[in-house]
Ligand binder design. Structure first.
Ligand SMILES: Cc1cc2nc3c(=O)[nH]c(=O)nc-3n(C[C@H](O)[C@H](O)[C@H](O)COP(=O)(O)OP(=O)(O)OC[C@H]3O[C@@H](n4cnc5c(N)ncnc54)[C@H](O)[C@@H]3O)c2cc1C
Ligand code: SF4
Ligand code: SF4
Length: 427
């Protein structure tokens, strides 16, 4: 940040640790890498943040939208912010005056208007995150968000576990569960593509209450069991960290071990852009790995129910789904029973013995002839969810498919972003 010394005061961008659900969206969005995190907090480096505002709309909780007028010499450091459990109060006029800041002093840097990232106009290196939209499809239903949370009137809602079954083959190390939560008489309206936060009981190593973990909803808007006030989740038991070191993930193990009848504290719902189009003949292309299948299951099931009602004419549904082996692919069995004229399923396995490794982007390239017209079609919406590592390869595959079909990627990439057509949610 260019901290113009004349005024001696800056508008410091801060994240509220009480509301933040540590979803990483802001860090993935920030074009200048001003956001960083440790195992506890997400924080903004005042020396890097240029107040471009790109991180504000995608934040599911609003925790990113906090500002403090600070004397430049007293700006909160990254190290200091990482220790916070709550935001500090605004400095009083007296405190500002004691630091030599006049009451009417203007912050040195004002926010600049949000603009399309440079990569969309082709000026810098390829970055998948810059093509992801923060807008819902124009025909998406209205999403309710943040009905329950640390700062909402109702802090959390108690849900009851009404189902918990394993959806990957028993005996394999990869253990994923389909968990159904019922909210009883508490209102909890959701849409496909939204997520909830689960608050694990107990405290962390520092004795602080565990922060909520986010899980995508795997059921359609009218419930896993239609007509009941319930949602389903697809949760992978985390037994090793991203580098393969053994760990016991707090929330995922808590959830996978729950018994029917147990109570769970839930916040949310979250998310107002990763939503499905509702207009007739709209096409949906779903690209996922592992538990990234949860929102895809929700969207597919909603379209299946609409089709069964005979009152809605959907467009194409294409699914590209990757896992190491078929035994590790959640919902492998039920997927096989979906009619071929309803959904076009493409499965990629990267660790099947005696078979070459195949990833979702390999399958996408094989289906380029079908994907290129959809890229050019304003009624086609693309959803990517799953491992962070897949995101770049998938968006690069979309770019190459467009280019090979003679389409102008700058135009297509800009349209995907501006028209709420390319949704990226990787973690
Ligand atoms: C938008 C969003 C949607 C999500 N949806 C789902 C979902 O539908 N299903 C689901 O299972 N998870 C989902 N997650 C991930 C989930 O929120 C948790 O991060 C995950 O369950 C691990 O939490 P934990 O408390 O078990 O592990 P923690 O105790 O938080 O972490 C333990 C260690 O494991 C590492 N770790 C964290 N997550 C993973 C992982 N996935 N694989 C390997 N190592 C990991 C951490 O870095 C840490 O070192 C989603 C995350 C986001 C941001
Ligand atoms: S306002 Fe812009 S520069 Fe600052 S943290 Fe957000 S995205 Fe990054
Ligand atoms: S909740 Fe908002 S501030 Fe917290 S990590 Fe997610 S995007 Fe960032």
């Amino acid at each position: 940040m260019d901290m113009a010394a004349e005024s001696g005061v800056l508008k410091q961008h801060l994240i509220d640790p009480e509301i933040c659900i540590r979803c990483n969206t802001c860090e993935a969005t920030c074009p200048v890498q001003a956001i960083t995190h440790d195992s506890r907090n997400y924080v903004v480096d005042a020396a890097k943040c240029n107040l471009c505002m790109a991180c504000i709309p995608p934040c599911p909780t609003g925790s990113i939208d906090n500002w403090r007028t600070m004397p430049i010499v007293r700006a909160y450091s990254v190290e200091e912010q990482l220790t916070w459990d709550s935001l500090p109060a605004e400095l009083t006029t007296d405190e500002l005056a004691a630091s030599g800041v006049a009451a009417d002093a203007e912050p040195a840097v004002e926010p600049v208007a949000p603009s399309l990232p440079a990569a969309v106009s082709g000026e810098t290196a390829f970055s998948s995150a810059q093509y992801g939209t923060t807008l819902p499809p124009w025909s998406a239903a209205h999403a309710y968000t943040n009905l329950y949370g640390p700062k909402a009137a109702d802090k959390s809602v108690t849900a009851t576990v009404v189902g918990n079954v394993r959806v990957t083959e028993v005996g394999k190390q990869y253990d994923t569960h389909h968990i159904v939560l019922d909210f009883g008489a508490m209102p909890f309206p959701v849409l496909e593509g939204q997520s909830i936060g689960v608050v694990p009981p107990g405290v962390d190593e520092q004795g602080r209450a565990h922060h909520a973990r986010q899980y995508s909803i795997a059921s359609p808007r009218n419930g896993e069991r239609p007509g009941y006030n319930n949602v389903s989740l697809t949760i992978k038991r985390v037994l090793e960290d991203h580098s393969g070191k053994p760990v016991r993930g707090v929330a995922s193990n808590y959830m996978c071990d729950l018994q029917v009848g147990d109570k769970v504290q839930v916040i949310g719902p979250f998310g107002s852009s990763f939503l499905m189009p509702n207009h007739p003949k709209s096409h949906i292309v779903m690209i996922c790995t592992g538990t990234g299948s949860a929102p895809m299951r929700a969207m597919t099931e909603w379209r299946r129910r609409l089709r069964a009602s005979g009152k809605f004419e959907g467009g194409k549904l294409m699914l590209f789904f990757g896992a190491r082996t078929k035994e590790e692919l959640p919902y492998f069995g039920p997927l096989q029973s979906l009619p071929k004229d309803f959904i076009d399923i493409n499965l990629a396995f990267s660790r099947t013995p005696a078979s070459p490794k195949r990833y979702v982007q390999d399958l996408m390239r094989e289906r380029a002839a079908d994907l290129a017209p959809l890229l050019a079609d304003p009624n086609a919406y693309f959803y990517v969810c799953g491992l962070k590592a897949m995101e770049e390869g998938v968006v690069l595959a979309l770019r190459d498919i467009a280019k090979q079909a003679g389409l102008d990627w700058d135009t297509i990439g800009t349209a995907l972003k501006k028209n709420g057509r390319l949704h990226l949610e990787t973690y």
